[in-house]
Write a protein that binds this ligand. Structure first.
Ligand code: GLN
Length: 547
């Protein structure tokens, strides 16, 4: 068995320096060097997972195949290293404590006093080391510690990785510290003091960084690197820049150009070959040389915070890359849209997308946007709640079921075309539902990957080029099959169903340039070098429409 090496990435000075992207980019480079890579995120907050957190605060909840609700950084990891993440790739302080407290209640600690050290730290170490047992066994596990060094919250994680260096052996661990090197315009110079202080803080808890990665407007000048190396006690050639780039997919090549991944490979004695970076170069080339532009409107509730739609945003960019166009996104608050003003708000868009969401706020505007797209033959893509809105709209305005609604927005609706499937409870009892998210709202969520069978001669089938697919879900409500026949008669095509035919997964309108709604979240599986088929075709239709 090979020995897995661990790279720990901590952050200093302030948050939002791009630790997740740095980890993902380094991972991508190591993978391009022929190594098996995986990445783990450890989040210091107390929530057991981000599933219950408001996306405007914490950003998108990224869903994995195994149905874990995780930090959005796992989305970056999947997009950069193209390896499926799972629950084991994301732990929070809350989840660690939860598991230790459960063990304590079971009596596993045999009457001992349960403490942060060693019990919490042991649990953290176990969760980190467990990743080395993944299939295929990774050569490298990158572990990103959320938060900033000096926070009270992240201390158990830092203590755990400090101990791991001893447990695993120095040669098997590498500590990378990401800091900020600000440029002071008034003084006309870069400042290293925040970096020095943050490294001092890290050293005070026993961790000496091996590499310092400096977030900086530009490549850190040589003399400054020498200064940082001297004051922070790292090798002269172990200070690197994480520069501001105009596109996140340029980070791996920027790292490579400075020799970052090479230094990592040397320090960890990794069996790395020269990296194959052509795919990344092609990607950057196509981002820099689009042959046109499409304007896509995202009609949603969380439009104030783009982080809430991270994967969606990326999947649309991927769709643009596949069609050689730049995608310009316009976030449209759905509350502003009515049937009368829809044309003036949405008229200039080449495509309209209604994303996932929870709650009834702004639903009328979303439905008005669907009507507009349907009637004016504007390419439309509805995801999860967006598909549910499309079904309600079609039921009301085409099939004549005027009282059609979702149980979520209107529990007393006469025609609940979208409803809480009571069978879920039975399914759960029988273990048929892999994973659910209990909510106080009297429902459970369908989470994670589920199979779907596509109907021949449909847009969905043509897009995927396959009849069996698997996509990730995160929702509580389902299409109500009692209405399937009526809607089919009115012209709606159910092009994707669960293999047993009991769950509607994709709907579409034949004859419309592109009107597709899916109950799952395809954005989670899109990759920069392999756009998701539904996004690829949506952007293609929008591109046609823009001509
Ligand atoms: N609120 C809807 C449901 O729970 C849709 C969820 C979503 O869009 N992710 O079914």
């Amino acid at each position: 068995m090979k020995e897995t090496k661990f790279i720990f990435i901590t952050g200093g000075v302030l948050s939002s320096l791009g630790k997740g992207l740095a980890a993902a980019s380094l991972g991508a480079l190591l993978k391009a060097r022929g190594l098996e890579v995986t990445i783990q995120k450890l989040d210091p907050y107390i929530n057991v997972d981000p599933g219950t957190m408001n996306p405007t605060q914490h950003g998108e909840v990224f869903v994995t195949d195994d149905g874990a609700e995780t930090d959005l950084d796992l989305g970056h990891y999947e997009r950069y290293i193209d390896v499926a993440m799972s629950q084991r790739n994301n732990y929070t302080s809350g989840s660690i404590y939860y598991s230790v407290i459960s063990k304590e209640r079971r009596g596993d600690y045999l009457g001992g006093t349960v403490q942060v050290i060693p019990h919490i730290t042991d649990e953290i170490k176990l969760m980190i080391r467990n990743l080395a047992n993944s299939e295929p066994q990774p050569d490298v596990v990158l572990v990103e510690i959320g938060g900033t060094v000096g926070d009270i919250e992240s201390q158990p994680f830092l203590e755990a990785i400090r101990q791991l260096r001893g447990d695993l052996g120095r040669n098997n661990c590498l500590f990378i510290h990401l800091t900020l090197v600000p440029y002071l315009r008034a003084a006309g110079e870069y400042k290293t003091k925040p970096t020095q202080h943050s490294v001092k803080e890290l050293r005070s808890i026993g961790i000496t960084p091996d590499i310092i990665l400096c977030r900086c407007e530009q490549t850190v000048p040589e003399d400054l690197k020498r200064k940082i190396a001297l004051f922070c006690d790292v090798d002269r050639d172990a200070v690197f820049s994480s520069v501001d780039v105009d596109h996140v997919y340029k980070v791996p090549l920027a790292f490579y150009d400075e020799g970052f991944d090479q230094k990592v490979a040397i320090m960890l004695r990794l069996p790395a070959k020269n990296p194959e970076l052509q795919a990344w170069r092609d990607l950057v080339y196509s981002l820099d040389h689009p042959a046109g532009e499409v304007n896509i409107g995202i009609v949603g509730k969380y439009v104030e915070l783009k982080e809430a739609y991270k994967s969606l945003h990326e999947a649309l960019v991927h769709g643009g890359i596949a069609n050689n166009v730049a995608v310009t996104l316009h976030y449209v608050p759905s509350e502003d849209i009515t049937e009368t003003n829809a044309k003036s708000i949405l008229g200039k868009l080449d495509g309209i997308l209604v994303p996932g969401g929870f709650g009834e706020r702004g639903v009328d505007g979303k439905i008005a946007a669907v009507t507009y797209a349907r009637e004016n033959r504007v390419p439309f893509f509805g995801i999860c709640l967006g598909m549910q809105c499309a079904v309600i709209e079609y039921a009301r305005n085409v099939a004549g079921i005027t009282g059609a609604d979702s149980e979520e927005f209107n529990p007393l609706a006469q025609d609940k075309v979208i409803y809480l499937m009571k069978e879920w409870y039975d399914h759960r009892q029988q273990g048929l539902v892999k994973r659910t998210h209990e909510s106080g709202k009297g429902g459970t969520m369908r989470l994670g990957a589920y199979p779907c069978t596509l109907k021949d001669n449909t847009k969905a089938f043509a897009a995927y080029g396959a009849s069996s697919i698997e996509e990730r879900h995160r929702h509580r409500y389902e299409f109500n099959n009692d209405y399937m026949e009526t809607l089919e008669k009115a012209g709606l095509v159910f092009s994707g169903l669960s293999p047993h035919g009991d769950l509607a997964e994709i709907v579409e309108i034949p004859g419309h340039p592109w009107f597709v709604g899916c109950q799952f979240h395809p954005e989670f599986k899109s990759r920069p070098m392999r756009a998701h088929p539904l996004f690829r075709e949506f952007i293609k239709a929008a591109k046609e429409n823009s001509k």
